[in-house]
Design a protein around this ligand. Structure first.
Ligand code: INI
Length: 159
């Protein structure tokens, strides 16, 4: 194979200040995503003192708070967590689309890695599966993605 330069992020969270922005709507599920994200970060070297959980009413409010804190220069990364469940949400598509688009926009505008842990499921059972049951914990996965991206961005900044 060719010897090419490869840049990869190490999954080391030591010294990282992280904000977890989490919706209170469907807190039964989102609380487990928050726990999964914190557990992942601490097991990868973060100090619990460096993790701040910020609660917002619902998924729709995630982007604006992410935007506010992304511009403050305090956090190296953000994890956005929520759960939109179709069964209980007449405006499911609107909430999902606006939350997803908004988070993506903030991430790009602020050049801030945001782990995307917004569950969008047809029913509560599917949400629970993704919040620490059969299908893993999407909060932990969002934390892992944020961490890897933070570490990649540190390296691409310096060539
Ligand atoms: N917010 C959620 O995070 N999940 C949902 O399933 C949900 N439902 O069912 O409507 C939901 N709605 C609230 C929305 O995010 C806003 O908080 C609300 O519209 C006020 O702006």
């Amino acid at each position: 194979m060719y010897a090419v330069k490869t840049i990869e992020g190490q999954l080391n969270a030591q010294g990282l200040k992280v904000a977890i922005v989490a919706s209170r709507f469907n807190d039964f599920v989102v609380g487990r995503l928050v726990d999964g994200a914190i557990d992942y970060l601490v097991r990868h070297g973060a100090s619990a003192d460096d993790i701040t959980v910020i609660k917002v009413p619902g998924a729709f409010e995630l982007p604006v708070v992410c935007k506010k804190i992304a511009g403050q220069g305090i956090y190296s990364g953000i994890i956005a967590l929520g759960a939109v469940i179709r069964g209980s949400t007449p405006h499911f598509d609107v909430v999902c689309a606006e939350a997803s688009k908004g988070i993506a926009q903030v991430s790009l505008q602020a050049l801030m890695p945001i782990g995307f842990g917004l569950l969008t499921t047809d029913n509560l059972e599917q949400a629970i599966e993704r919040a620490g049951a059969h299908a893993g914990n999407k909060g932990a996965e969002a934390a892992a993605a944020m961490l890897e991206t933070v570490r990649v961005m540190e390296q691409v900044q310096h060539g």
